[in-house]
Design a protein around this ligand. Sequence first.
Ligand code: PEP
Length: 256
Amino acid sequence: MPNLNSKILVLANWKVNLSLAETLALVKKLLTGVAKLKGNFELGLCPTFPALPGVAKLLQKKKVLLGAQNVFWKPNGPYTGEISPSVLRELGVKYVIVGHSERRQYLKETDIMIRQKIAATLAEGLTPVLCVGETFAERQAGQKDIVVARQISAALTGITLSPGHELVIAYEPVWVIGSGRAVAPEEAFYIARVIRQSLIDIFSTRMVDSQIKIIYGGSVNTSNIASFVGRGKLGGVLVGGASLEAKSFLALLKQL
Ligand code: PEP
């Protein structure tokens, strides 16, 4: 499967699991450890919003990139509690997770909201990480492919990918997130092909191959990461639980 650049993208989604002090301590340990690694990967860290300025400071002049877990779709205005893409850019964010299943479930994010977030993120020159994936019930109903294709179409139809824009699609089967059991790599590769076809129905094949990266997320750990990424496999991974502790996360990165 062709990909935008040859580097394996590893995004750490820390959700709401760490205090500010724990976040900064983890970043410091990771920076020390990553400096010793030679793997062909690009690492992005997605802490909570309040931790972004502190983490941004630590990442200055480092190769590790900053990511956000969410964004609002308006640049400014009367939207109490929201964070705009322009503020994220000011903070030095590159990657923005959009449409994570936890937000679809608990915050009732709709396809329309997700599409607006993607458009606003791209307009600011940031890279959206669009999360798609089926629930266990949808899978049991035999609708896995249809659900993922529908999510891609709903989020991206009408979106303009200009030259220089990048987009990441994370296939995250909802039922394996945080379960400790990933799907079989072949299943992720199969859905990546479904995603690619859905993308080609919206954008040109050339744009899909040069501007969009498809990654996998869901219980990725040190033991299984190598089976998902690398030549002929996927473009990267989104890692939750296994990115929360420096020693084991560095061991995971060492596999690359
Ligand atoms: C996630 O929620 O994006 C995720 C990949 O979590 P975990 O790795 O813990 O399954």
